[in-house]
Write a protein that binds this ligand. Structure first.
Ligand code: NAP
Length: 313
């Protein structure tokens, strides 16, 4: 049994993670900004803690009174639909949570001597270099030239990764999640991204050769719980077994939603409507391998492929 402090406990992933940690016998302290979400945290089995992640004193006090052995950082503020031409603007608050928010949690954790610090990163964009094979392992190099519209976002993710992995006083673990789908995410029946596909507003750009790795949010929570219990310092890709090009998954998703085939637009039209970032996501992005997470965390996704997973979302 451990005392675990979850920042972002009410979010898409946090709300799946908290009950799993509680069921495993851990004492969970869940952080939220809103007094109105405290009841929800109690129902999930956590001790609610009120704090704003961007206020260092509030974070220090929240962590100081919980005195956790493990901190989990799942703080984000991502809109349901991101304007790809203004990616950094739409991620501005998330970027602060990944830079200042990470630093505040780390220094509060250091003060109470947390022995493990698990943080959310991303395998979906701007991380792996867009050269070589379609599927990357944690050892593959970073993208040296992220799309112009997402430079600040990629810099924030790198800050988070470097700060967590560089914290020698604790076991720093970075989980690079694939694109989330499932309950509470924007890729679920009736939610924003599924609706864009259903209404044929999610076109295929050029050859649609960009490779995406997805992960059902419940599987992401399972892997996170495993990392909390026995992860080792380092990076883990938390993705499903089936990285696939947009040209494959997008028409399959449209079909599953009973929609018409997605529109196909040339690269220059894609650039006009979705910027360099949008074209990169559609044509250049690479997928990720989950071999290390399976091997070292003893984790297996219950939804090994988005092919069946989307239908079950
Ligand atoms: N890998 C991926 O594909 C990925 C990763 C992340 C998010 N997403 C998607 O993005 C969409 C939105 O998700 P989201 O994670 O941004 O929202 P969310 O699911 O509502 O989670 C945000 C969490 O961060 C907390 N938070 C945000 N700002 C905070 C602050 N200043 N102080 C304290 N806590 C703060 C929120 O707490 P309170 O609101 O309770 O204060 C909440 O627990 C979803 O569709 C999700 O699937 C995708």
């Amino acid at each position: 049994m451990m005392r675990v402090f979850v920042a972002g406990a009410t979010g898409a992933i946090g709300s799946q993670l908290v009950p799993r940690l509680v069921a495993a016998g851990h004492e969970v302290h869940g952080m939220t900004r809103s007094a109105s979400k405290q009841a929800m945290l109690s129902e999930l089995g956590a001790v609610p803690v009120l704090a704003d992640a961007l206020d260092p004193d509030q974070v220090a006090e929240a962590v100081g009174s919980a005195r956790p052995e493990v901190i989990v950082h799942q703080l984000t503020a991502i809109p349901g639909v991101v304007d790809m031409r203004r990616f950094d603007r739409d991620f501005a608050l998330t970027n602060r949570l990944r830079t200042e928010g990470t630093d505040h949690l780390l220094s509060a954790g250091r003060a109470v001597g947390v022995r493990r610090f698990v943080a959310q990163a991303i395998a979906a964009y701007g991380v792996y270099a867009r050269t070589g094979g379609p599927v990357k392992s944690e050892k593959d190099p970073f993208d040296p030239a992220p799309a112009r519209e997402m430079r600040e976002t990629v810099a924030a993710i790198r800050h988070l990764e470097e700060a967590v992995l560089g914290a020698e006083w604790t076991e720093g673990i970075v989980l690079r999640y694939g694109a989330f789908y499932g309950p509470g995410t924007s890729m679920a029946p009736g939610a924003e991204q599924f609706e864009l596909v259903r209404r044929r507003k999610f076109p295929l750009v050029a050859d649609g050769g960009g490779v995406w790795s997805f992960i059902h949010v419940a599987d992401a929570a399972e892997a996170t719980a495993a990392a909390v219990e026995h992860g080792r310092r380092g990076v883990y890709n938390v993705v499903d077994d089936d990285p696939a090009p947009v040209a494959e998954w997008l028409p399959a998703l449209a079909q599953a939603l009973g929609a018409k085939k997605p529109m196909r637009v040339p690269r220059f039209v894609g650039r006009l409507f979705a910027g360099e970032a949008g074209v990169m996501m559609m044509t250049g992005v690479r997928g990720a391998s989950n071999a290390k997470a399976k091997r070292e965390l003893g984790w297996r996704p219950a939804h090994p492929s988005w092919r069946q997973g989307f239908a079950a979302a």
